[in-house]
Design a protein around this ligand. Structure first.
Ligand code: WQD
Length: 360
C-alpha cells in the first residue's frame, strides 16, 4: 500500500515525502512540475535512501490520474497540489478555480472510482479571512477574501459534501498558517519562482545579496511594533502534522479541520531581527504602504491538533531562520543549480512519457 502525494515535488510536499519515507511508508509522487523541480525528488532520494515512483501528471488530466491509480495500490492521498499565490489569484481567478477546484474534483472522482477514500487536504488559514478574534480556532467564521482562499474554502466544502454522500470517506483538512524554513540538511527548501511573495524567502534573498532591501508593508498596524504579526510554522513540523493526520484518519471516520500553527505570533520586525541573528547578515529595509488584503494579526489556537492529532510544533523561530539560511546559502539559485539539473530524472514532457512512472 502506498500514500499518493500530489504536489510531492513542491515545497511542503517534498518535506512531507521525506518524513513519510523515513517513517517507513511507501510513497508515490504526482506532480506537473508547473511550480516545482524534479531536482527536489532527487534530493528526497538522497536524503532518505528510499526509492519511489514519480508521475508527471496534471490534476486536470483525468486519464493520467486513472493511470496512476491503476498502477499503484494507493491507501491514502496527501493532496498538496494547487496554485497558491494570493496576488496572482486576484489577477487570474479562473486559472485558480480551474486548477485547484476542478483539479480536486477530478482527483476525488478517480479516488472514488478506485475505492480510495482517505485524504489529508492542504488547506490554509486564508479561509478565515479577516479573523474576528485571535488566536483563531477551527470554529471561527470562514470568510475567504481572495480567489485563492475561496478555492481552499470551496474544496473544504466539496469534501464535506463528499463525506455526507458517502460516510466511508475519512478526511483531515489541515489549515496551514505561515509555512517557513527548510529541512535541516539544507538540501530541500522553498524555491519561489521570480520575486518572492512571502516574507521569509524575500528576507533570505536580501541576506544572500540577491535583493537590495526588504519592503516592510506597513508599520502602522495596531500591533506591538506596528508591523504585521503572523504564526510562522516550520515546514518540518508541518510535514510531521500530515503523518499524524494520516494516522488519525486511519482510526477515525468523518471529516475534521485542524489549525496547523504554533499559536505564537511574530511581527515582521521580529522576523528580520531573528534572521539577522541566524545569518549574521544585516537585512536593510524600508517601510512602505500596507499591502492590499493584509491583516494586522493572524495566529492559531492549535489546541485541537494537539489533543486530537497528538501533534504540536517543536521548532522555534531561530530554527526556522537558521534552516532557511542554510538552504538559501547552499542553494543560491534554488533547484536551478547546474550540477543537479543534468541528473534531473524526469524526461521532457511528451504524451507517451507523460503518464509513465519514473522510479527514483
Ligand atoms: C507575512 C507578513 C506582510 C512580504 C500568505 C498567504 C497565505 C499563505 C501564507 C498559502 C505580512 C509582511 C511580506 C514582504 C512584508 N499561503 N511582508 N514584506 O500574507 O501572512 O500569508 O502566505 O497558503 O495564504 O496569504 O504571508 O509572508 O506574504 O506576509 O512586510 O515583502 O510579512 O505584510 O505582515 P501572509 P506573507
Amino acid at each position: 500500500m502506498a500514500v499518493l502525494v500530489t504536489g510531492g515535488a513542491g515545497y511542503i510536499g517534498s518535506h512531507a515525502c521525506v518524513e513519510l519515507l523515513l517513517s517507513g511508508r511507501d510513497v508515490v509522487v504526482l506532480d506537473n512540475f508547473s511550480n516545482s523541480s524534479p531536482v527536489a525528488l532527487k534530493r528526497i532520494k538522497d536524503l532518505t535512501g528510499k526509492s519511489f515512483r514519480v508521475y508527471n501528471v496534471d490534476l486536470l488530466d483525468k486519464a493520467g490520474l486513472e493511470h496512476v491509480f491503476s498502477e499503484n495500490d494507493i491507501e491514502a492521498v496527501l493532496h498538496f497540489a494547487g496554485l497558491k499565490a494570493v496576488g496572482e489569484s486576484v489577477s487570474v481567478p479562473l486559472k485558480y478555480y480551474r486548477n485547484n477546484v476542478i483539479g480536486t474534483v477530478y482527483l476525488c472522482e478517480v479516488m472514488q472510482q478506485y475505492g480510495v477514500k482517505r485524504m489529508v487536504f492542504s488547506s490554509s488559514a486564508t479561509v478565515y479571512g479577516v479573523a474576528e478574534n485571535v488566536p483563531i480556532t477551527e470554529d471561527s467564521r470562514l470568510t475567504a477574501i481572495n480567489p485563492y482562499g475561496r478555492t481552499k474554502l470551496m474544496i473544504e466544502e466539496l469534501l464535506h459534501d463528499i463525506y455526507q454522500a458517502d460516510d466511508e470517506w475519512r478526511i483531515a483538512v489541515l489549515r496551514y498558517f505561515n509555512p517557513v524554513g527548510a529541512h535541516s540538511s539544507g538540501k530541500i527548501g522553498e524555491d519561489p519562482k521570480g520575486t518572492p511573495n512571502n516574507l521569509m524567502p524575500y528576507i533570505a534573498q536580501v541576506a544572500a545579496g540577491k535583493r537590495p532591501q526588504l519592503s516592510v508593508f506597513g508599520a502602522n498596524y495596531p500591533t506591538k511594533d506596528g508591523t504585521g504579526i503572523r504564526d510562522y510554522i516550520h515546514v518540518v513540523d508541518l510535514a510531521l502534522a500530515h503523518l499524524k493526520a494520516l494516522e488519525y484518519i486511519q482510526a477515525h471516520a468523518g471529516i475534521e479541520a485542524f489549525n496547523i500553527g504554533t499559536g505564537v505570533g511574530y511581527s515582521v520586525l521580529e522576523m528580520i531581527n531573528a534572521f539577522e541573528q541566524a545569518s549574521g547578515k544585516t537585512i536593510p529595509y524600508i517601510v512602505s504602504e500596507r499591502r492590499n488584503g493584509d491583516v494586522a494579526l493572524c495566529y492559531a489556537n492549535p489546541d485541537k491538533a494537539r489533543s486530537r492529532l497528538k501533534w504540536q510544533a517543536k521548532r522555534d523561530i531561530h530554527a526556522m531562520c537558521e534552516d532557511t539560511w542554510r538552504w538559501q546559502s547552499n542553494n543560491p539559485n534554488g533547484y536551478q543549480s547546474v550540477s543537479d539539473s543534468r541528473q534531473a530524472p524526469i524526461e521532457k514532457e511528451s504524451p507517451l512519457v507523460k503518464t509513465a512512472a519514473f522510479l527514483l
